[in-house]
Every structure is written in C-alpha cells, then in structure tokens.
Design a protein around this ligand. Structure first.
Ligand code: SF4
Length: 206
C-alpha cells in the first residue's frame, strides 16, 4: 500500500465528554458517505478512523465550522470528567463547569509538554479515574481534594493526595504550580508519577 493511501484518523477533543448534536450529525454524515468508523476514546475524545491520508485536510475543513478542536501535541489537556451535577445524585459539583474553568484558564498555553492528564470526579467514587490520573480533582464536602501522580498502564499507581477541601480558585492555582514544575523538569514529555515523588516537588502528601 502506498503511504499516501494508508488510512489515517482525526481525533476531536470533546469537552466534559459532551458531543454537540450538530457535530454528531456531521460526523455521522461523513462516516456514512465515506465509510469511516468512529472510536470513543478513554480520554473522552472521538476519533474518526479509516480516512485516506490524502483526505484528512479536506475532512478537517468540513469539521472546522462546528468549532471543533483537533487533538495535537503542545495543547493543554482537556480534563476527563464524570457526568457530575445535575446528572448524578451523588455529585457534589458540576464537573462540566469546573472543566470549562480549567480549560479556559489554560487555553492560551502553547507548547505544553506531554504527557500529563487531568481528571475531575464529582464525588469519591471517582468514575473518571481521578485517583489514577496525573492530576485528579475530586469534589468533596466543602471543596475539592487534589491527587497527583496517579497512572494506569503496566504498573498502575494511585495518586497521592496533596490538597484537601480547597476552593475552585485554589484548584486552579494548584494546577498552575504543578504544571510549572512539570514544565521545568521535563525535556519533552513525562507523566507526573515520578515527579510527584521527588523531594523538591512543591506539595507534600496529606
Ligand atoms: S464520580 Fe460520583 S458524581 Fe461522578 S458519576 Fe461517579 S458517582 Fe456520580
């Protein structure tokens, strides 16, 4: 098979796992017309697959009017969230709103070094895997707990709690500090698990 005909894919970042209906219709239309297949990723993105490499640019142009954000390296990670308030009776917060606040607070960041992820859970059940993600935010009574250094993969590891019952403002400040430390100590990319165990990591386990 020639390289230019090798199937490619396009990954669209979805915010808080929500898929806009007009975009859903457009993706369905493109998939039906062209024989593409769709994959919903663990990171709550949607991947359009089996696109001829030569058609990727044209397909992206068709999707751009829907305000989509294509996943690419160097962009700040969109948090993975559980469904949150008001859709889950256990939820202590609107996870989508908090995700939007985080996303807009860091939207202008470019050249963000990989590959840390962020997850938000509306309660301690952690349906979004907040304790097994680099930066995990869990809504609790009167605020948020923050965990760092969690990961899955070959050697799963639970994150360590570094903040208890803090405000949304403090959540943003804490993320800022963690990301600055990650940027300072990272050449190209790394998870937070090892960094969080360093003696000079700016937060201690509590
Ligand atoms: S983490 Fe809690 S609030 Fe979120 S979906 Fe699960 S049970 Fe509901």
């Amino acid at each position: 098979m020639k390289t230019e005909n090798k199937p490619a894919s396009i990954t669209i970042q979805l915010h808080a796992g929500r898929l806009d209906l007009a975009l859903a219709r457009k993706i369905t239309e493109l998939a039906e017309e062209n024989g593409f297949s769709l994959y919903l990723s663990n990171s709550q993105n949607i991947r359009i697959m089996n696109i001829p490499a030569t058609a990727v640019a044209a397909i992206k142009e068709e999707l751009r009017p829907f305000g989509v954000q294509f996943r690419k390296s160097g962009t700040f990670p969109v948090p993975r969230t559980c469904v949150g308030k008001p859709h889950c009776e256990r939820a202590r917060t609107d996870t989508m709103k908090l995700s939007q606040k985080i996303t807009s607070a860091f939207a202008k960041r470019t050249q963000v070094k990989g590959k840390f992820k962020i997850a938000i859970s509306g309660c301690g059940f952690c349906c979004s895997g907040a304790k097994t993600t680099d930066i995990g935010i869990i809504a609790v009574t009167n605020g948020f707990d923050i965990y760092v250094g969690g990961k899955g993969g070959h050697t799963p590891q639970a994150g360590r709690r570094i903040k208890k019952k803090i405000s949304e403002k403090e959540v943003l400040e804490t993320i800022e500090t963690i990301v600055a430390f990650h940027d300072e100590k990272t050449v190209t990319k790394q998870r937070l698990a090892k960094l969080a165990a360093r003696p000079d990591f700016p937060f201690s386990e509590i």
